[in-house]
Design a protein around this ligand. Sequence first.
Ligand SMILES: [Zn+2]
Length: 165
Amino acid sequence: MSARAVIDSLDFARGGTELRGEVQVAELERLADSLYDRSGNLRYALVGQTDGRQRLRLRLQVAGTINLKCQRCLGSLPFPVALESGLLLLDGKAGTAEVDIEDLDAVAADPEMDVWSLVEDEVLLAQPIAPRHADGECKDVLETGQDRAASPFAVLAGLKQKQLN
Ligand SMILES: [Zn+2]
């Protein structure tokens, strides 16, 4: 098991530092709920940058494959992760006027920023809300019943039905 990567985010960005590494999917606790299994690893590259307005940023790339759980058949659904995020570092001193709408990808500066946690945050954002195999690719499933069970709207419809009865 490798040690967690921790950076001083402002220093890291200011110095244009680069960090590359791998994290085992099994280490990412918050991701576990949506996974079929916790095999594999994710490669990441983190680069510190100063943008055109002299603001400090982190550019994060993550690549690899995670095995999501198909919400229809509960089978393994390999999901290729290939994301790139430009994160504006908010150091608490900059006024809110500094933050534009395209800077929604912002993260609080942290002298002890956990890089694995940052990777996990971005993967959580990138994964589909309701992962499913393509039609016809699920295994051993009664399509209609599972589909109804999986839909929150179907659950709501069911509740309404109960109230009416
Ligand atoms: Zn499936």
